[in-house]
Design a protein around this ligand. Structure first.
Ligand code: ADP
Length: 276
């Protein structure tokens, strides 16, 4: 018997006589458990926000206004503040992940110029580039339109560029150099392929697919030090996949890494402002 609202996964196998066998797996229960877990994570993150804001608020006030704090008190309070901020980033990222996973934040795809998206993202990270004394280069760009949600694409591009700056320092020392490009591809379907390339230490092949999993970090200490939560790439993957794209990484140890993602080409071009 099939209950209304049941969710099935279909596996088909071809038969020698030219026919095919389709096997239906009822995954309703798995989906329900997953949804309950996502709701739980979202609720916990939400509940943690208020007490965390209170902790950092009080600590900041003490650090700013108490002149006669002992050196020890000042150093401990600074550590408390650093960790409260870290927890705050974690809860924000967990909430963002829960939102994209539950499709609670509906994406509004529209035709968007690929080159403009790259330029916007590059502009948005200019502060971080300066802070890290990194260099950011715009490579070749296509003017073709993708059909995607503006904010979601910007978030993914910014996240990849931030990672390239954070993890892209060459082993020999020196600063990160990052190249962001976008080109049109026809295979397997017409799409724009965005890429963010760095010349850092690279990622060993056994980590390459796993870094898109939640909380997976090649070097936990390094990620923590740079303010990472280990959720950025999981969020990026979800955002790209829900928009009909693919995201992956290529890397050679000691030579650098390239993060790439595709987005479908818009069938109808963007309407120019003056035409509106
Ligand atoms: P984090 O918050 O730790 O940066 P991400 O999900 O963005 O989390 O990335 C997961 C892990 O992938 C990072 O901790 C790092 O080990 C690795 N990584 C991501 N981008 C790069 C890169 N450009 N070069 C080398 N390693 C990277």
């Amino acid at each position: 018997s099939v209950l209304p609202g049941s969710i099935f996964e279909v596996n088909t196998s071809p038969m020698p006589n030219g026919g095919a066998v389709a096997v239906l797996h009822d995954i309703t229960r798995i989906e329900q458990v997953e949804r309950t877990q996502q709701d739980f994570v979202a609720n916990v993150s939400h509940e943690l926000r208020t007490p965390l804001t209170s902790i950092s608020g009080y600590v900041e006030t003490l650090l700013d206004h108490e002149q006669n704090l002992s050196t020890t008190a000042r150093s401990f309070l600074t550590t408390i503040l650093k960790n409260a901020n870290r927890m705050h980033r974690l809860t924000e990222d967990l909430l963002a992940l829960a939102r994209v996973e539950s499709s609670e934040a509906p994406l509004t795809p529209q035709p968007l110029r690929s080159d403009m998206l790259v330029r916007d993202a590059v502009q948005g990270v200019s502060g971080l580039v300066q802070e890290n004394e990194a260099t950011l280069e715009i490579g070749s760009l296509t003017e073709d339109d993708v059909f995607a949600d503006h904010d979601a694409v910007l978030q993914v591009l910014s996240n990849l560029i931030e990672n390239a700056i954070k993890y892209g320092q060459p082993r020999s020392g020196g600063r990160s150099h990052v190249i962001v490009s976008a080109r049109t591809v026809q295979e397997p379907v017409a799409a724009v392929e965005f890429s963010v390339r760095d010349f850092g230490q690279g990622i060993a092949s056994e980590h390459l697919t796993r870094i898109f999993e939640r909380f997976y970090r090649v070097d936990k200490a390094r990620s923590r030090e740079s303010g990472g939560t280990g959720l950025g790439l999981a969020i990026a993957r979800h955002m790209i996949q829900t928009q009909g794209g693919t995201i992956w990484a290529e890397s050679n140890l000691n030579e650098g890494s390239t993060f790439l993602f595709t987005l479908p080409i818009a069938l109808f071009p963007a309407v120019e402002d003056e035409e509106l």
